[in-house]
Design a protein around this ligand. Sequence first.
Ligand SMILES: NC(=O)c1ccc[n+]([C@@H]2O[C@H](COP(=O)([O-])OP(=O)(O)OC[C@H]3O[C@@H](n4cnc5c(N)ncnc54)[C@H](O)[C@@H]3O)[C@@H](O)[C@H]2O)c1
Ligand SMILES: [Zn+2]
Length: 379
Amino acid sequence: MKAGAGHNVQVQAHAGSAASYDVVIRPGALDELATLVPRVAPAARYAVLTPDRIAPLYGHRVLAALGDAGLRAELFQFPDGEHHKTRDSWGALTDALLAAGYGRDSCVIALGGGVAGDLAGFVAATYMRGIPVVQVPTTLLAMIDASVGGKTGVDTPAGKNLIGAFHPPRLVLMDPRLLATLPPEQFRSGLAEAVKHGAILDEAYFQWILEDAGAILAGDEGAVTRLVARSVELKAAVVAEDPLEHGLRAILNFGHTVGHALELDSGYSMLHGYAVALGMLAEAAAGERAGVTQSGTVARLQQALLACGIPVTAHGVDVAAVAMAMRLDKKAREGTPRLALLRHIGRCAPAADGRWTHGLPEDVIAGSLQGLAQPPRAV
Ligand SMILES: NC(=O)c1ccc[n+]([C@@H]2O[C@H](COP(=O)([O-])OP(=O)(O)OC[C@H]3O[C@@H](n4cnc5c(N)ncnc54)[C@H](O)[C@@H]3O)[C@@H](O)[C@H]2O)c1
Ligand SMILES: [Zn+2]
């Protein structure tokens, strides 16, 4: 099959360094993997790390392509799901690589959603003090968020992503055609992060998502490729400004302070993107109440999220419990909750101290959470 039109985005790999990696976004790109990978990550052996759910879908295909190109490669599977993004899985995978005799001249190919990217990326970051990794994301969330930026890691009983490392990939290969097998609600969950990218950085993009949501949700190849490419460009620009998360990168957390509390309260049964969507609404409402965010912003966010088929009311959510989860989170961080806030759609609001997060009184956040339990206002 001929590869369709695509995009290349360059991402700066390390703070202050000229080193960068390419993000290739092209329908059919998976068929180019065996050609592209050895150019940027020549290795004696390739370890394809993938969850057991993705192995039959794409793992065997990747392995065959590498083999046909004369490259030495094997598949290493781990159990699917967030609750396997653990040190145990990291230990099992690194043991398997050691037992198979993988050396420092090896390369990891991380194939799967954000869990695979984080876990396999962390294996690569630590194996023999670090070997190259190529990210091949297979969910919309992993394409537009998790695989770009170099963050890797695992969860612990004390919290998510607490053990990890920055380990930029050599290449990120995105084939939007892989999204055809993704469950629709996983797709919509990823879409919430694209709405976030528009909301914090690009009003025209936000508006385009709203207007073309039908084509995007129908899986139109051109629309989905454009979506992935623009989100990656926006995230890459932020990462380039702030590779190690010292400042600007905080704007990517818009919707996430409240979102994380919602996820925690649901015992992580709520999809991340759905929690972030409600989080964006609550944080935008808090911003409007605090006079930082232009009024009408919440209504526009609701309109875009609804167009994308993403729930905008928190029916069944115990708002008091979520507020408590936020307070606990705040205690854990020893400070007031600080939120990235919008000025208006397409732009974030810097705080008076020049930082990209604002400390807001708890009652303002709690009040905006309360509003989530109500049906949306007509727009
Ligand atoms: N490193 C970062 O910067 C960063 C950023 C955001 C999120 N994350 C992490 O990403 C993870 C969430 O990622 P996710 O939402 O991709 O979850 P996931 O990796 O668990 O994937 C969701 C489900 O979809 C399945 N799946 C993946 N691709 C598929 C496909 N093409 N067809 C059919 N099924 C497919 C997966 O096997 C899994 O069951 C979290 O652990 C989060 O912490 C990391
Ligand atoms: Zn997120």
